[in-house]
Design a protein around this ligand. Structure first.
Ligand SMILES: O=P(O)(O)O[C@H]1O[C@H](CO)[C@@H](O)[C@H]1O
Ligand SMILES: Nc1nc2[nH]cnc2c(=O)[nH]1
Length: 324
């Protein structure tokens, strides 16, 4: 199996079918590729071919499942499942609630592919590697990216279990000089300087609002601004106050770099946050106001039905409009 080394040259993997740098069953991020974050087009094409040939399918919609939202992939019918470890040059998932499987099949008549497990900066992966699967999706034929995440609610009107449809983001990692598009630009993916003002597809947001109404959850559906911090620590009160002043409604540790990568290669983007915890913006000694991943996972599990229904119905809309 071919891979690439730190000089960007094509290299041969270790012969065990993957080159992810883990051997003892304990999943750790691949640090060897850090200095070589940008995957050459040919490597991404090779991964995409592995998936489309292995599944016999060309998906039109790609779904990234947020923490605890892996069930979004379980509603896919007649699935063909690829474990990340068996996909050449694919990273491994190291976070609880991210199973590490790519699921391709049919949802509401549309061919979709879903990532049960995404990659985060705090796992030790550079941003280009975190969002490399979005380019794989593109070369598999995906036109629409659905990115989902678990997030802390900063907007005081948000309750735990609410859904925030993302209409914009504040890229804090970008403020700090980090981007998934850093390094040489390959124009086969997109331009050197992509515009991001209309990143979140308005038509899909409006459709999702309508779907929320028909599901009877309109009071739990909001439209807001997400921000991604590097993590893995949750935020301090001062940071949360600062984010709120900047107009941020929900905060997490993902999604933004995926959206940037998707928009760079001209995919239509729909994204939502499941609010898994309320972020305190005042000082308090109360332990129950501290965010923790167990709570995040538990809330995601509780709300998976609503999230699955929203996704399935939006996929149905896209598919039936394309067919008509
Ligand atoms: O964004 P997703 O992957 O849904 O997960 C969110 O939940 C985890 C923290 O509990 C972090 O990884 C954060 O980004
Ligand atoms: N950064 C961050 N990520 C989260 N993911 C789920 N909840 C949170 C949160 O409160 N902060």
């Amino acid at each position: 199996m071919t891979g690439y080394n730190s000089n960007g040259e094509v290299a041969t993997s270790n012969g065990n079918g993957h080159s992810n740098g883990h051997s003892n069953g304990h999943k750790t991020a691949d640090y060897t590729a850090q200095e070589n974050a940008t995957y050459p087009y040919e490597v991404i094409q090779e991964i995409a071919d592995f998936i489309t040939k292995g599944s016999g399918m060309r998906p039109k919609i790609g779904i990234i499942c947020g923490s605890g939202l892996g069930s979004l992939a379980e509603i896919i019918q007649d699935p063909k499942i690829f474990e990340y470890e068996k996909i050449p040059n694919f990273p491994v998932s190291t976070v609880e609630g991210h199973a590490g499987k790519l699921v391709i099949g049919t949802l509401e008549g549309a061919t979709v592919m879903a990532m049960q497990g995404r990659f985060h900066f705090y796992e030790g992966y550079p941003l280009a590697k975190c969002s490399m699967p979005v380019r794989v999706m593109k070369l598999c034929g995906v036109e629409y990216l659905f990115a989902t995440n678990a997030a802390g609610g900063i907007n005081p009107r948000y309750a735990v279990g609410d859904i925030m449809l993302m209409h914009d983001h504040v890229n804090m990692l970008g403020f700090a000089g980090n981007s998934p598009l850093q390094g040489p630009n390959d124009p086969r993916f997109g331009p050197r300087f992509p515009a991001l003002v209309n990143s979140y597809n308005k038509e899909l947001i409006n459709k999702a609002i309508e779907i929320g109404k028909t599901m009877g959850i309109e009071s739990n559906v909001h439209v807001g601004v997400y921000s991604c911090l590097g993590g893995p620590n949750y935020e301090t009160i001062a940071e949360l106050k600062a984010l709120r002043m900047m107009g941020v409604d929900a905060v997490g540790m993902s999604t933004v770099h995926e959206v940037i990568t998707a928009r760079h290669c001209d995919m239509k983007v729909f994204a939502f946050s499941l609010i898994t915890n309320k972020c305190a913006t005042e000082y308090s000694d109360k332990k129950d106001e501290e965010a923790n991943h167990e709570e995040v996972m538990a809330v995601a599990k509780n709300r998976q039905k609503a999230c699955c229904e929203l996704v399935a119905r939006l996929v149905r809309e896209i598919h039936s409009n394309a067919a008509s």
